[in-house]
Structure formats: C-alpha cells, structure tokens
Design a protein around this ligand. Structure first.
Ligand SMILES: Nc1ncnc2c1ncn2[C@@H]1O[C@H](COP(=O)(O)OP(=O)(O)OP(=O)(O)O)[C@@H](O)[C@H]1O
Length: 225
C-alpha cells in the first residue's frame, strides 16, 4: 500500500485553475522532489495532500484513508499520527522551549517521551539546547528544531515545503543533509518542494508541477525552475 496516493487532483480558485489531473503515489521510504515555477501550486498541492486545503476534484489517500471521506477531526488525527511538516518559515512556537517544540507531536498524541525528544535533539546537533527559548537560536538552528519536530513521532510521510529557502547557502546545505539523513533513518517517505538542483539530484524521483498536471522530470536533460 502506498503511503500517499492522489488521483485526478485539481484545485481552482474561482474560475482560475491552479492545477488539474494530478496523479501521485509515494511508497514507504521514498524521497520525491517536487519542482515547479513560482506560483505553479506546489504549496497548494502539499496542503491538499495533507487535508489542510480542499481540492476542487480528485481524491487523496493518506496511510490508506481517503481524506475526503473523513470529518475534520478525523483528518487532524490522521495528520498527527502519520505526517511531519517542515516549512520554509520554520513555524517554531516562540513561547515554548526548544525541547517542548520538538515534543509537541508526541504530546498531541498523548505519547509524551522526553527521552525520544532528547534523542531527536541530539540527532540534529542540538543536544545541549533543549531548555533554550527559540528566540535564542539562529535560523539554521531553528530549522533543525523544525526537522526534529517533524520526525519525532516517526511519521510515515514528511512534507517539506522549501525547507532551506530561508537559509544561507552553507546552512541550507547542512540542513538539507540533516533532513534527508533523518528521513532515511526513520524510514519515512518524503515529498520535498525545492528549487535546489542539489536537493533534487538526491531524490529517488523528481516531479514537475504545472497547470497541465504533473510530469516526471529528467534532471539530465531539463533545466530546473
Ligand atoms: N487563497 C487563495 N486565493 C486565490 N488564489 C490563491 C490562493 N492561494 C494561492 N493562490 C494562487 O494559487 C497559485 C499557486 O500558489 P502556491 O503558493 O501554491 O504556489 P507555489 O508553487 O508554492 O509558489 P512559490 O514557489 O512562489 O512558493 C498562485 O497563483 C497563487 O496566487
């Protein structure tokens, strides 16, 4: 069974289509890069795949459940259990400690586990900073917190939306390595939105989204957007 399967997915705002006819399938442990020009609908697609936005047509199955057939509370539970998110803008909660941020997915699942939180902090190189406020961290460190939080509950699928877009080149490279290493270590599938050729080159497959739908991108022959 695939971790994620979308069939005939379409999204419009009023009469304006963002994308149509998206068919997508991710198997356990697979790393797929999603490319596309600015405004082509990458973030909108991720939101539809997570059940955070409603598609205009089509179906999404996440961990075997069809999102459209669930109530919002059931979708929220499915997200908590099976999904991890990493965003460009970190989305770390400033009033919680670094460790509390990382532990949040476990707390929401009523599976609080300080030992697992510490293990993830160490895995991302922040083993000594759990008690700090996120306000005292750099951008690269904040993204490491977001990666630890996305993976702490061992989700089946990680959705990463330009996770290195806010970082300088050196930090971006280190954070990307860390994200891919951790995704691999947990055996999670990952859909990675990126403009980085280096990131795309490390994926098992590259897909390109446009108004016409989604196509497989051959990195050898086509330029990246
Ligand atoms: N709430 C909304 N109402 C109307 N149009 C929207 C809304 N949200 C997004 N759009 C439009 O949908 C299109 C896709 O936006 P989206 O943010 O998914 O693109 P993207 O590929 O992630 O872009 P970027 O690479 O710049 O982040 C854009 O043309 C955007 O203007």
């Amino acid at each position: 069974m695939p971790v994620l399967e979308a069939r005939g997915l379409a999204k419009s705002y009023g009469a304006t289509p963002v994308f149509t006819g998206i068919d997508l399938r991710l198997q356990a442990g697979e790393l797929v890069a999603l490319l596309g020009e600015s405004g082509s609908g990458k973030s909108t697609l991720l939101n539809c795949l997570a059940g955070l936005d409603e598609p205009s047509a089509g179906t999404v199955h996440l961990a075997g459940a069809e999102l459209g057939s669930l109530r919002e509370s059931q979708r929220a539970l499915l997200r908590r259990q099976h999904l991890g998110f990493v965003f460009q803008a970190f989305h770390v909660l400033p009033h919680l400690s670094v460790a509390a941020n990382v532990g949040l997915p476990l707390l929401l699942l009523k599976r609080a586990d300080p030992q697992r939180v510490q293990e993830m902090l160490e895995a991302v190189g922040l083993g000594d900073l759990g008690a700090r406020s996120p306000r005292q961290l750099s951008g690269g460190q904040l993204q490491r917190v977001a990666i630890a939080r996305a993976l702490v509950h061992r989700p089946a699928l990680v959705l990463a939306d330009e996770p290195t877009g806010n970082l300088d080149a050196r930090n971006a490279s280190a954070v990307l390595d860390l994200l891919l290493e951790q995704v691999h270590a947990q055996g999670s599938a990952c859909l990675l939105v990126t403009h980085s050729e280096r990131a795309a080159a490390r994926a098992d497959r590259c897909l390109r989204i446009s108004e016409q739908g989604i196509t497989t991108q051959d990195l050898q022959t086509q330029a990246l957007a």
